[in-house]
Design a binder for this molecule. Structure first.
Ligand SMILES: [Zn+2]
Length: 211
């Protein structure tokens, strides 16, 4: 059986099992969505938002791209944020990066001429790496540099989201959180919580804000 066919067969089994477990499930799903969380994560296949948080369809409004970047000038990112905040009125925005991120690693390497779109997309990440080059260069290995830049990247996206007028001027501004996922043990680590935004921003991004 080819791979797409396998996915379709698995879908039939999933729909059947889900309906068996909760006969009302799809009726409720069809009524509309009311997610409380906007998730901005990496496209990496190993970090599926719903799976790693045990969420169900309807729980998360999701935007994923290479290296979980929020770019206010990109209609894709901005329209997702706009809809999530103004229409769905989500209470939380979670930026979730991950260690071992290929997009983050690419930003520390010379640009690959066969990937012009990726290169353009990760340009802000390259400049973030330049801003923090002293701290990154002090790390012992490439892996440590990539992982630290992945953390700094999450914090930078959080900073941008908190400063974005869609969030800042919302009637009920959502809390913006920064998380990072470890592939080795499947655990999420909180880098900055929307509940302690001021404290976290002071310690974690002082270097960037001062730059
Ligand atoms: Zn990634």
């Amino acid at each position: 059986m080819n791979r797409p066919k396998r996915l379709l067969v698995a879908n039939v089994a999933w729909a059947h099992d889900t309906a068996e477990r909760n006969p009302e499930f799809f009726r409720e799903l069809a009524r509309g969505q009311n997610p409380h969380v906007l998730w901005i994560g990496c496209s990496d296949s190993r970090v599926p938002a719903e799976t790693i948080t045990h969420c169900e369809p309807g729980d998360l409004f999701v935007h994923r791209n290479i290296a979980n970047l929020f770019n206010p000038d990109d209609d894709n990112s901005a329209s997702v944020l706009e809809y999530a905040v103004r229409v769905l009125k989500v209470a939380h925005v979670i930026v979730c990066g991950h260690y071992g991120c290929g997009g983050v690693r690419a930003s520390l390497l010379p640009p690959d001429p066969s990937l012009p779109h990726v290169n353009r997309r990760i340009a802000p990440l390259c400049s973030l790496a330049r801003t923090h080059h002293d701290e990154l260069d002090a790390r012992a290995s490439e892996r440590e540099r990539v992982d630290r830049l992945a953390e700094l990247n999450v914090l930078e996206q959080v900073r941008q989201l908190r400063a974005n007028p869609i969030v800042r001027d919302a009637e009920q501004a959502p809390l913006v959180h920064g998380w990072i996922f470890a592939l080795e043990d499947g655990r999420l680590k909180v880098l900055t919580s929307g509940y302690e935004a001021d404290d976290a921003m002071t310690c974690e991004t002082a270097a960037h804000s001062a730059a």
